[in-house]
Design a protein around this ligand. Structure first.
Ligand code: 7GP
Length: 810
């Protein structure tokens, strides 16, 4: 029998904090352990307990979830649909406990059961359905949409294998498959009644004057829903992930004829579609499968959206009033032609009407200016995999040329290439960049021509992150101090952090702030010692660079600075050095040779430096493998210094930079992405700036011989490169290509920014040596970081792009 939860006035709008006791939760956990898991407590493993706890928490999400879905339908509310190939959600349990306000009673319940909460939480695998920033942003947006009562669905793919696991062997990255679905996933609900057929290939016929696409292959998309609970548990939206199934399990005729492999073809196609997350976030390859995956997500989502819309409203004229679709980068940009296809071929609308409706419904976010990341498909591949869509793309392109009067050289189809950025732009009502600087660069560079034709289309929405996960959950020490000092209101309204301003001059408060940071550093230090054998002194500066490994993010600059510093310490071992622990984290795309070479270099430098008795007290380097969301939750609260050192003009926004700021780390950074806004808000005196601006960087890059000239001019850089070339860190041959590229090409201007970076790091050293002033700066960084809540970002999208309103549950 289910133990009844205490009576609440409205079970669908529960604020469970006050209502549930530790005993209630304990009883529920035991109930699930026994009846859902089929385990007696004396036989239960950590895994069994974790599932029982998860089901208990999930039960409490379902009421608000069903209530939210009902309220949105009953009130005929406009819904937001976020289409993304990536949702890097990480672990769910801890976040749900926090948002439901269950921290206290759950701690009590687990105590009654003799369980260690941290062990239970750590047992959950990270749902790593994304590569990096774009996927994590989608996860923060889902949480904010729920916290703001905005009716929404996230649509993605239920990859069986998320992002690969990273190990280091001899300092080099080795990838192994990730298998999070190898065990039951307690958060999802499979919806066998929400299934759609998605076709590929085949041909197009004309029947009674209408185009009819006869696909040559097809799969079934089946919905798996995960509720995403908002802060205080009053609203939950769905993350609907599509799994692929074969339309026919087995071709029995071929099987019986002995052709066993061919008989299983439909199954093989289906399995590969939702099997692996595309391992690279910056280049396009693995072409046909990737295009099929993009269409699989998009088609299933649009069929689902249209089915819901037709059931609720029935009148296509209302589509833009009731539906807002956001395309997370160009990956789902096939949504333009797909929506047109549904409207024209299935609903019989004329081209112009379909075009206008689609454009009033679709919007597109750009996340990168890197040319190699702007998706292009060959017309041949597009025509073969999606023949009807290729026709519609051509129609959209011709129509746009005629109606906009644009010159022939811009547009969607160029020679034998389909440009997905242009397609997304032309089919979108609004196009947005993700930081103020990035949005201006989008206007001036990638979409300059289209921007001239449509000057109102591009808008900015600076990224944000959810303070529930990234502050309240990840940093209990700081959260406790904030709650005690300014109340808990900041959790919903992050601008309230500005109430900390007066405390920047309150010595007692600053001591507590330091103590909270130190507690996080001690915990991390213990972890680094146990996991890597690195001795990280909690009183040293914890200097952290965690993000995908990419040349433009310049982990190379960071490690070269470490080498130069090491050399300087050797020259003056009795000098007044500020002890520092440099911490790296991040994965390289499996095929990205140069990024992998930098990983190797960092690891080999770490081995050499960490064991050097002369310098070990001043400089340590740690590179824990397999950086993921959960590791970020441990590292960021323990950081003193946040490395945001990309070549100016290359990082669209960054979101890690925001997480560090709100956790009281100071930033060393370039004027790139959202760093610009962070610096403006926290004050230039509380930020360590270095390097060329985006305009200067562009000019420098155009200067022939810039790399060699900059290296020759920099003693420190020269020394660092020389030590590598001499084989001081592993075999010299390992680094020839990296060194050659740095001397002769250096496309991301490591050399040009080196001295400026080195000097800024020495300013950091001096600042850290004065604790009172460092703590004041840290306090002001926190106090002024309220702008970077994803609630602010989502409100911006709701107002400027989606025209969506929050809904009050009944
Ligand atoms: C990232 C950007 O590199 C980062 O600057 C930004 O903060 C983040 O998106 C969220 O807007 N881009 C990706 O992760 C990515 O995959 C390729 O870009 C399309």
């Amino acid at each position: 029998m289910i133990v009844p939860l205490r009576v609440r006035r409205n079970p669908e709008r529960l604020i469970v904090t006050q209502v549930l006791t530790a005993e209630d939760l304990r009883d529920q956990i035991l109930h699930h352990l026994t009846h859902t898991q089929g385990r007696g407590p004396e036989f239960a493993t950590v895994f069994d307990w974790r599932l029982a706890v998860s089901y208990t928490v999930r039960d409490l999400m379902v009421g608000p979830w069903v209530g939210a879905i009902r309220a949105a339908r009953d009130q005929g509310a406009k819904r937001v649909y976020y289409l993304s190939m990536e949702f890097l959600i990480g672990r769910i349990l801890g976040d749900a406990i926090v948002n439901l306000g269950l921290d206290q009673p759950m701690a009590g319940a687990l105590g009654l059961l003799g369980l260690d909460q941290q062990v239970i939480l750590d047992d959950e695998p990270d749902a790593a359905l994304g590569n990096g920033g774009l996927g994590r942003l989608a996860a923060c947006f889902m949480e904010s949409l729920s916290s703001l009562n905005c009716p929404a669905f996230g649509y993605g793919i239920r990859y069986e294998h998320g992002l690969f696991r990273q190990r280091f062997e001899g300092g080099q990255q080795v990838e192994t498959p990730e298998d999070w679905l190898n065990q039951p996933h307690p958060w999802e609900f499979v919806r066998i009644n929400y299934s759609y057929t998605v076709g590929f290939k085949g041909h197009v016929e004309t029947v009674d004057g209408r185009a009819v696409w006869r696909p040559g292959e097809s799969v079934i998309a089946r919905a798996y829903d995960t509720p995403v609970i908002g802060w205080e548990g009053t609203w939950a939206n769905s993350l609907r992930l599509w799994g692929a199934l074969p339309t026919t399990l087995l071709d029995l005729k071929r099987f019986n004829a002995g052709d066993h492999t061919a008989a299983a073809e439909p199954e093989a196609l289906a399995r590969t579609l939702s099997r692996v997350l595309y391992p690279d976030d910056t280049t396009d390859s693995g072409k046909e499968l990737r295009l099929k995956q993009e269409y699989f997500l998009t088609s299933a989502a649009l069929q689902d959206i249209m089915a819901r819309f037709m059931a609720e409203h029935g009148d296509l004229d209302l589509l833009p009033d009731k539906v807002a679709i956001q395309l997370n980068d160009t990956h789902p940009a096939i949504a333009g032609p797909e929506l047109m296809r549904l409207l024209m071929d299935d609903h019989g609308l004329p081209f112009e009407r379909a075009r206008d409706l689609a454009r009033a419904t679709l919007n597109y976010t750009n996340h990168t200016l890197l040319p190699e990341a702007l998706e292009r498909w060959s017309t041949w591949l597009m025509g073969r995999v999606l023949p009807r869509h290729m026709q519609i793309i051509q129609m959209i392109d011709d129509d746009h040329r005629k109606t906009s009067g644009r010159p022939a050289h811009i547009g969607i189809v160029h020679g034998d290439q389909v440009h997905m950025g242009e397609l997304a732009f032309i089919m979108a009502g609004r196009v947005n960049g993700v930081s103020a600087l990035h949005t201006e660069l989008v206007k001036d560079t990638v979409f300059a021509d289209l921007h001239r034709l449509h000057p109102d289309r591009i808008v900015n929405q600076t990224n944000g992150v959810t303070p529930r996960r990234w502050l309240r959950m990840a940093n209990p020490a700081l959260t406790g101090l904030l709650d005690d000092t300014i109340g808990t209101g900041w959790t919903r309204d992050l601008d309230q952090l500005n109430r900390l301003e007066p405390f920047a001059h309150d010595a007692a408060f600053l001591d507590q702030l330091r103590a909270a940071k130190r507690a996080n550093k001690v915990a991390l230090s213990d972890g680094l010692l146990a996991g890597l054998g690195v001795k990280a002194d909690p009183d040293a500066i914890f200097d952290v660079q965690v993000k995908r490994m990419h040349e433009y993010k310049r982990q190379l600059l960071n490690i070269l600075e470490a080498i130069a510093l090491w050399h300087r310490i050797h020259e003056a071992p009795n000098g007044n050095w500020t002890p520092r622990v440099k911490i790296f984290g991040g994965k390289a795309a499996p095929g990205y040779w140069l990024a992998k070479s930098v990983i190797h270099l960092i690891n080999d430098v770490a081995t050499a430096i960490n064991n050097d008795p002369v310098t070990s007290e001043f400089l340590q380097i740690a590179y824990p493998p397999n950086y993921n969301v959960s590791m970020a939750e441990d590292l960021i609260p323990a950081a003193d210094l946040s490395e945001q050192i990309s070549t100016a003009g290359k990082e669209a926004s960054g979101t890690g930079n925001m997480k560090f700021t709100m956790n009281g780390a100071l930033t060393i950074g370039t004027l790139d992405g959202a760093n610009v806004e962070i610096r403006e808000l926290v004050g230039p005196e509380n930020f360590f700036l270095f390097g060329l601006t985006a305009a200067e960087a562009a000019a420098e890059k155009a200067r022939p011989g810039h790399a060699r000239a900059a290296i020759e001019a920099s003693e420190n850089m020269k020394i660092a490169l020389q030590l590598i070339a001499e084989g001081r860190f592993g075999r010299a041959e390992s680094w020839y290509s990296l060194l050659d590229r740095t001397w002769n090409d250096d496309p991301f201007l490591v050399a040009s920014d080196f001295d400026s970076y080195f000097a800024a790091q020495r300013a950091v050293d001096r600042a850290y040596a004065d604790p009172a002033s460092w703590d004041r700066m840290a306090c002001l960084n926190i106090a002024r970081s309220g702008f970077f809540s994803s609630d602010r970002t989502i409100r911006g999208y709701m107002r400027d792009i989606w025209h969506a309103k929050p809904v009050t549950p009944a």
